[in-house]
Design a protein around this ligand. Structure first.
Ligand SMILES: Cc1cc2nc3c(=O)[nH]c(=O)nc-3n(C[C@H](O)[C@H](O)[C@H](O)COP(=O)(O)O)c2cc1C
Ligand code: SF4
Ligand code: SF4
Length: 433
């Protein structure tokens, strides 16, 4: 059986599934129950500076987007960092770590952007026994207006400066948690590395308004008729997170920097995808908030079975496996030609593929007598739209044309790999000749 033990920046945990810094990790009673359920580690809910704790709203703090089956797809929150006293959190962290030495316990931190504040908090957490710190440069609401969270994460110079303070004043491994609310995720990751970060974690939540009440005209969640943008997470954000993780994994200036993957991880498969794109482990929040702590048991057994099937004995065998296959558009093989094909035995004759292709793609699906739908290879550009909107799984598949076959649409014979950089229509390629 595959060994899921993971060592991430020197922190060992029995599996790569950590709970992200959020409500599931905000107190001892929760974290103990999470460890009992099998979580490999936790990042404790973000601690702030000594003094009166932050104050949360007393009305609703979440908004949501659901699928047609009412499954939660996206969650929006306007919660701040921990609103429990610092010394209570520190006492609890110490007690949990003492009883669960084999689990990873990382403390998330967010204090004002001055060296003394960071020095003070690092000093306070020193004797908790925690395995590391995560710098929360990601929260996009509330704290950012006070010059913390994403206000730091959006300025690479600040990231580098604060990370360097943390490395100077602490011996703990340091993870820098990045905000996705930025144009180019590689810049903050580079800054974290320059500052001496041991790893980056991403993503924190995405600026969002989930809906507007059309009676009261208040954004949701509504606090006495007003709403503020919140942070979006859950399954809906996974594609954004995967792309950002892969960018950091393949960028020359950040390649090799350990990554903790976060954003919509709900199943073992999500976790495996993050890991294949370069994440050494994953962190989870919304899935635990939706399904409870025991969801980790499915993740553990699923990942373990997958690794066994693939002959992988350790998580390191999986990490980064897909990175070499992430490339730029101009490197894609323009001689890779496919055609949609419909399995008539599976087709339920709903006609969606016909409507989609006829109205918005390439008029490549015939509707024949008796509502028989067939693809016209001479028009099909292989866009995939019919496959994506067909309600029956595997009813439409894409058939690659073999080398030497003629594409009935273009009349050209399928040849060897060739990309845009050498294509005759590329003015840059012509200029280079
Ligand atoms: C209610 C709530 C509170 C959160 N609080 C924090 C926090 O205090 N510190 C932090 O770094 N991230 C916080 N997050 C962000 C999560 O740690 C995580 O980055 C994000 O939810 C994406 O993961 P997910 O899609 O698995 O939920 C919070 C998320 C939620 C939903
Ligand atoms: S792949 Fe695109 S072009 Fe081809 S049949 Fe489907 S929708 Fe039409
Ligand atoms: S969308 Fe799928 S099921 Fe519906 S007609 Fe097309 S092939 Fe058949």
């Amino acid at each position: 059986m595959a060994d899921l033990t993971t060592t991430f920046i020197g922190i060992t945990s029995p599996n790569p599934f950590w709970l992200a810094s959020a409500p599931p990790t905000d107190k001892e009673v929760n974290v103990r129950r999470a460890f009992e359920a099998g979580w490999g580690g936790v990042v404790w809910k973000t601690l702030g500076a000594e003094g009166p704790p932050v104050v949360n709203v007393n009305g609703p703090r979440y908004g949501a987007i659901w699928g047609a089956d009412r499954r939660l797809l996206g969650l929006n929150n306007i919660e701040l960092i921990t609103d429990r006293p610092l010394e209570v959190n520190l006492r609890e962290i110490k007690s949990v770590k003492r009883d669960w030495p084999d689990r990873a316990l990382v403390i998330s931190l967010m204090v004002p952007c001055d060296e003394q504040s960071w020095k003070d908090i690092l000093h306070r957490i020193e004797d908790t026994g925690a395995d590391g710190v995560e710098l929360n440069f990601g929260c996009p609401h509330g704290m950012s207006e006070r010059g913390m969270g994403s206000a730091v994460g959006q300025v690479p110079e600040y990231i580098e400066m604060v990370t360097a303070w943390v490395k100077q004043h602490s011996r703990m491994p340091c993870i820098v948690k990045l905000t996705p609310n930025i144009a180019d995720i590689r810049k903050p990751a580079e800054a974290a590395r320059r500052g001496g970060a041991d790893a980056v974690s991403l993503i924190n939540t995405i600026n969002s308004i989930t809906s507007v009440n059309l009676d009261s005209f208040s954004p949701e969640p509504s606090i006495d008729g007003k709403g503020a943008h919140g942070g979006y997470c859950g399954p809906a954000v996974k594609p954004i997170a995967l792309s950002m993780v892969s960018e950091i994994a393949r960028h020359p200036a950040t390649r090799g920097l350990p990554i903790s993957g976060i954003g919509g991880v709900t199943t073992w498969r999500d976790a495996a995808e993050f890991m294949a794109l370069g994440a050494g482990n994953v962190q989870v929040c919304t899935a635990a908030m939706t399904y409870g702590f025991k969801v980790v048991q499915e993740m553990i057994s699923g990942l373990s079975q997958y690794m066994d099937e693939k002959g992988m004995t350790a998580t390191a065998d999986l990490v980064g496996r897909a990175v070499p296959n992430v490339t730029d558009w101009n490197q894609l093989n323009l001689n890779y030609v496919t055609k949609a094909q419909i399995d008539q035995d599976l087709c339920i004759k709903c006609g969606r593929c016909y409507a989609a292709c006829e109205d918005t793609s390439h008029q490549a699906i015939w509707m024949k007598e008796g509502r028989v739908f067939e693809v016209n290879d001479a028009e099909c550009v292989a866009c995939n739209l019919c496959l994506d909107i067909c309600p029956v799984e595997n009813c439409i598949t894409m058939r690659p044309l073999a080398k030497g076959e003629t594409d009935p649409r273009t009349g050209k014979v399928v040849g060897d790999y060739a990309n845009w950089t050498t294509h005759p229509n590329n003015p840059m390629a012509q200029a280079a000749e």
